[in-house]
Design a protein around this ligand. Structure first.
Ligand code: GPP
Ligand code: MG
Length: 287
């Protein structure tokens, strides 16, 4: 088996990165943990598609479980959409998951393609838990998680057929990020992002977007800046899907799920509905 060398300690850790690592080391929101317990796919992103709101009226004894299953289904649909855009991937290929969280995106890709995946997170707690999930699903040989900086991973240059950020680009500088993806990807490889971006037409960060930044200790990018940065790093856009409308049912259901809501739901709904913020899938070819 080919092993992928990786630095175990981020090389240029800033105070901000340490603080982000601390946030994710300590994070244990029920909306993530309880949904992850359903099938070992512990996601750190939101859901898309029509929601079955009748789960809110289920008998009390089963209501929470039905809500969890429905929200998990919508989050799974988002992960599946991302995997749909990774291009042709074979079992011999290597993929890179930048900001892998608890590893669910890597495990989704592995179960679909049988491929190798390297995922990186700044959080040692997430890395250990992700490794545990991979082993439990029998994927520990091919799916490997590393505590590393997504901007300087130490992984092999030109070895990856596809790579992605699923709601993790808002923690890093885009030029540094895309330089690392461009280094890791083979020529003709595919990069995919699902992300929330500021709508340039609206202007700067709205109050709701500023609250989202504060809540997650992140800094979402502007849509225009995202495309310009891709172009600067030999990443030629092939697909753009505005998922903003498709994201609303998830947030409406989550807002009414009192055992799971974290308090950020109204801000996502406001930001999407006022047009200051967009939820997007963006795919690009490494040229
Ligand atoms: C992670 O989801 C969310 C982020 C990494 C940052 C913000 C994303 C944007 C699109 C702005 P999570 O599943 O850990 O969050 P929650 O606990 O709220 O479900
Ligand atoms: Mg979540």
């Amino acid at each position: 088996m080919i092993t992928a060398p990786v630095s175990t300690t981020p090389t240029r850790t800033t105070l901000y990165q340490r603080s982000v690592a601390h946030y994710w080391d300590s994070e244990h929101n029920a909306v993530n943990v309880a949904l992850g317990e359903i099938d070992g796919l512990h996601h750190h992103h939101y859901g898309i598609g029509e929601a079955d709101l009748t789960v809110l009226d289920a008998p009390e004894a089963v209501r929470e479980a039905r809500i969890n299953t429905e929200l998990h289904r919508l989050e799974q649909a988002q992960a599946d959409l991302l995997a749909d855009h990774l291009g042709p991937v074979t079992a011999d290929d290597w993929l890179f998951d930048a900001g892998c969280g608890h590893g669910a995106g890597s495990l989704v890709a592995h179960s679909r393609f049988g491929c190798h995946v390297d995922g990186v997170t700044l959080s040692p707690v997430q890395q250990q838990a992700a490794t545990h999930y991979a082993e439990r699903l029998g994927a520990g040989e091919q799916v490997t998680f590393h505590t590393a900086d997504m901007l300087s991973t130490g992984l092999r240059t030109g070895a990856y057929t596809a790579s992605w950020n699923n709601e993790s680009d808002m923690y890093v500088d885009l030029d540094d990020l895309f330089a690392e993806h461009a280094r890791l990807l083979k020529r003709g490889g595919r990069y995919v992002a699902i992300t929330g971006v500021i709508n340039d037409l609206h202007g700067m960060a709205s109050r709701s977007v500023s609250r989202i930044n504060w809540h997650y200790e992140c800094d979402v990018h502007k849509r225009g800046a995202f495309f310009k940065a891709l172009a600067r790093h030999r990443l030629a856009v092939t697909t753009v899907i505005d998922l903003t409308h498709a994201a609303l049912p998830y947030w409406r259901l989550r807002e009414r799920s009192s055992h799971l809501a974290t308090g950020i739901e109204a801000d996502f709904l406001a930001a999407y509905q006022e047009g200051s913020f967009q939820y997007m899938l963006i795919a690009a070819d490494r040229i």
